[in-house]
Design a protein around this ligand. Structure first.
Ligand code: IPM
Ligand code: MN
Length: 375
């Protein structure tokens, strides 16, 4: 029997509640389809950090390297300064495992109310591929007081490394700055992934999103590489959208989009909007993918600390992320069954969590999906 070793990181806030449902569904489908899920749980979270000062130790990363995937709940806690857990755990995992693709399907499932007037499931069905390791997320920046200073800033990656030796002379004021970085290889590989995905899914258009009219250096580079790669796919239509304009088009004409590829920060922003047009954050999954390594799956929403322990959060985003994990593991039929079960429960409309206008509990949603799976 096939056996998958999965690192499980429940995390903070509603994380443990939703991941429990995801695990429940994964255990159920694996039993039906005759494979095994072996879960190895890790405590990395705000509580763990407050107790031990440990974020994400190297030895755990080394262990996870030998596993098949990572399944994550949510991270973030109001007791801890913004950035500590995000950078210390979530981004650290994405970077360590070089998960350069953040795949976020934007799909309105049947039975879900769309906040856009007259839009149906067939109108909202596209994929956003967000570059996941570079851009303004590289963590290179600083703060300089008025006067002269020097900073050495470095990025060390398996693909490349770069060192900035900054001589700063700030006059009349103190400043803060953040450098965005794209590498050629890093950009090429994610754009290629987008075209390959389009090909695989029989889509005929890839949209590149940037702000090359203002951030001309970094996104001009992105555009140039997009154009180069697109030549290898003459059968696929291409276009450029500016990030501000695409937020308007997501609302006006979502049916236009098929596959979107975009640098990290814009991808972060537009996928929250994408989540809303697919019915809310409770329904939006994401995969942090390294096609040749360890991928990590999570809902795109945060830890929602206000709802912690209330058993009211919608676990569907997490369960759907689990389906994406199955797909990546090569269990495509199981992935399809899970998504179908989610759709049937939503369509039936009896079990609805608070975000969907109902009063069902987190675990009741999970149970309903399990029932459907068992047929
Ligand atoms: C996301 C989140 C993260 C991001 C945060 C929590 C670091 O917003 O996965 O979209 O910005 O990537
Ligand atoms: Mn985000």
């Amino acid at each position: 029997m096939k056996k998958y070793k999965i690192a499980l990181i429940p995390g903070d806030g509603i994380g443990p509640e939703i991941i429990a449902e995801g695990k429940k569904i994964m255990d159920s489908i694996s039993e039906i389809e005759n494979f095994e899920m072996d879960w190895i749980e890790y405590p990395f979270s705000a509580d763990h950090y407050l107790e031990t000062e440990e974020l994400l130790p190297e030895n755990s990363l080394k262990e996870m390297e030998k596993m098949d995937a990572i399944y994550l709940g949510a991270l973030g806690d109001p007791r801890i300064k913004p950035g500590i857990l995000e950078k210390g755990i979530l981004l650290a995992l994405r970077f360590y495992f070089d998960q350069f693709v953040n795949l976020r399907p934007i799909r309105l499932l049947e039975g879900v109310d769309c906040p856009l007037k007259n839009k149906k499931p067939e109108d909202i069905n596209f994929s956003v591929i967000r570059e996941n390791t570079e851009d303004f997320y590289v963590g290179v920046g600083g703060h300089a007081k008025e006067g002269k200073s020097n900073e050495v800033l470095e990025i060390n990656r398996s693909l490349y490394s770069v060192k900035f030796n900054l001589d700063i002379e700030a006059e009349k004021d103190e400043i803060a700055y953040q450098l965005g970085v794209l590498s050629r290889k890093g950009t090429e590989r994610v754009i290629k992934y987008a075209f390959e995905l389009a090909k695989k899914k029989n889509k005929n258009r890839v949209t590149s999103v940037d702000k090359a009219n203002v951030l001309t250096d970094i996104y001009g580079f992105w555009r140039k590489i997009f154009e180069e790669i697109s030549k290898e796919y003459p059968e696929i239509e291409t276009e450029f959208n500016f990030v501000d304009a695409i937020t308007m088009w997501f609302v006006r004409k979502p049916e236009w989009y098929q596959v979107i590829v975009t640098p990290n920060m814009f991808g972060d922003i537009i996928t929250d909007l994408g989540a809303m047009i697919q019915g809310g954050l409770g329904l939006a999954p994401g995969g942090n993918i390294n096609p040749n390594g360890i991928s990590m799956f999570e809902p795109i929403h945060g830890s929602a600390p206000k709802y912690k322990g209330k058993n009211t959060a919608n676990p569907i985003a997490t369960i759907w992320a689990g389906a994406m994990m199955l797909e990546e593991l090569g269990e495509g039929r199981s992935a399809d069954s899970v998504i179908k079960a989610i759709e049937e429960v939503l369509k039936e409309g009896k079990v609805r969590t608070r975000d969907l206008g109902g009063t069902s509990k987190t675990n009741e949603m999970g149970d309903a999906i399990v029932e459907r799976l068992k047929g």
